[in-house]
Ligand binder design. Sequence first.
Ligand code: ADP
Ligand code: MG
Length: 618
Amino acid sequence: MAKIAINIATGSLQKEEIIVGIDLGTTNSLVAIIHPDTRQPIALKEHNSSSLVPSVIHFDEYGNVTVGEAAKSFLVTQPQNTIFSAKRLMGKSYNDIKDNASFFSYKVIDDSNQTMVKVQAGNKFYTPAELSSFILKELKQRAEHILKTPVNKAVITVPAYFNDAQRQATRDAGKLAGLDVLRIVNEPTAASLAYGLGLHKEEEKTIAVYDLGGGTFDISILKISNGIFEVLSTNGDTYLGGDDIDNSIVKYWLQQAGINEDELKVNKEFAQGIRLQAEAAKIYLSSNDIFETTFNGDALSITKKIFEGLIQPLVDKTIVCSSNALKDAGLTKTAIDVVVMVGGSTRVPLVKESISNFFGKAVNDTVNPDEVVALGAAIQADILAGNNKDVLLLDITPLSLGIETMGGLMDVMIARNSKIPNKASRQYTTQKDGQSGMKISVYQGERDMVNDNRKLAEFNLSNIPAMPAGMAKVEVSFLINADGILVVKAKELRSGIEQSIEVKAQQDLTDAELEKMLLDSITHAKEDIATRALVEARTEGEQLLETTEKFIQKNTTHLSKEEFMQTAAAMQALQLSLTMNDKDLIHTKVEELNNISRPYAERIMDAAISYAMRGKTI
Ligand code: ADP
Ligand code: MG
């Protein structure tokens, strides 16, 4: 496989280029490389500062963006314009996150449907991928500043449980930041690599990766054999981490001082101040027996013993998850060969001891737990660069493979640089009532609009039985065998009808053509993503108009005259915005129409319609 690098500054191709490893975390993010001289992985940092960049983004009133430590103080002063935990929104619809909506102190748009979430800061709307791209840009700049060379290629890590949509959103974020994302790697896999696991072909091991970060807990059971990592099971708690440890100390102090917990809600500055003290106490107690300080003129203290008592229930929860992960993998504790500790919160001695006791063996904790994932990503990057001659590079797909979806967008099924053989599948649904056929067009390439990619094949799934729009369940699956032959199949799951086609995936593509396709995807990244955002906004607007239209027709008698008039006006405004090239305007009009229809829709919506409103359409 040819290795092609693109210098974004000059647009020229380079043969040798650094590939960085990036841990894009919920709380902190960082970038690492393999040091060219020592061949050891190192996390990049400016003199005397931390390698960690807090995953916080602040937008000022002029739309200027600040990322990292400098953005953190705005969490208290300007919560509505300061975005944290954007990773929790990646590849999610509002329905996916609505149970935790109160967690976000900024505005997450409630579309009352299944399109991807957006965040509003000022009068602009941002997708989670756009938000994450600001963090990635910051990391890219940091790396370029320190290495004094352009950085255009990266390996980025994601949690093992991330689904296709979440992985795709992460790739989009990379592209938007001007990074060619060579591979998305699972965080536990990266952490294992940082401990040198999986680097030898004959090695066979079962690994438990315990990752307790700032706001999330993940436990993954992996099996390595023949240099391939397989995820046997994942478990965890997406709202359990260091923040909860801090909160338990805060609560203890308030109780000691006889202060009501409501004070935290009323006095944000006090809340933030005492939280910072709690975090300092937690960190100090990792190596000391008592923490003492004064805060607002009052003495605060906590002993290690009391601290451990406070957090025991949290630790116990992680052990229950770990035991469930083992059960799901069909294994007992004794089958685990290695336990790897990841995440800043595993520095707490009680955490380490409890996990070590649970698994009945010493844990691997010699690599810095906040850096271990990024360091492993750097090792993976080095392997992809072909620098690590001991590791065999498996056959991979040179370009992404996908199908055309609404508005001519490319929906990637198997991403570039995926291992061969491989398979992937996704469900789609019909757009129109009684729709009997669905065209499946298969494309190869990195651009967002299929027209800019190569068409490989096309076929029609016909004879779909008549059903209302959104009822049909068409599963499209891609299977690439070891010889690179791609079989694409479409099956309507309710009726069982199916149709498939065989494609030779790498049809006569020369290295030069391949290089050009890759270069185009990076040089056009900005406009591609803008076009995609516009097409998605339009599709969303059109679908909303259609469903609203249907809904009011069916329920005319249940609407007041005023509701009817307001809806008609909002629909007209939305219709007009669809003719303009302004995605933010469309989102605003969608919001307005939603705000008008939501109250009466909730009042009269029946199950059938809410069901019909679901699902992706081709
Ligand atoms: P994420 O993967 O969620 O981005 P990290 O792995 O960077 O998060 O972990 C961040 C958390 O680690 C924070 O809650 C921080 O307070 C905690 N942390 C960092 N150092 C220590 C320490 N010495 N003792 C306990 N907790 C720590
Ligand atoms: Mg992490």
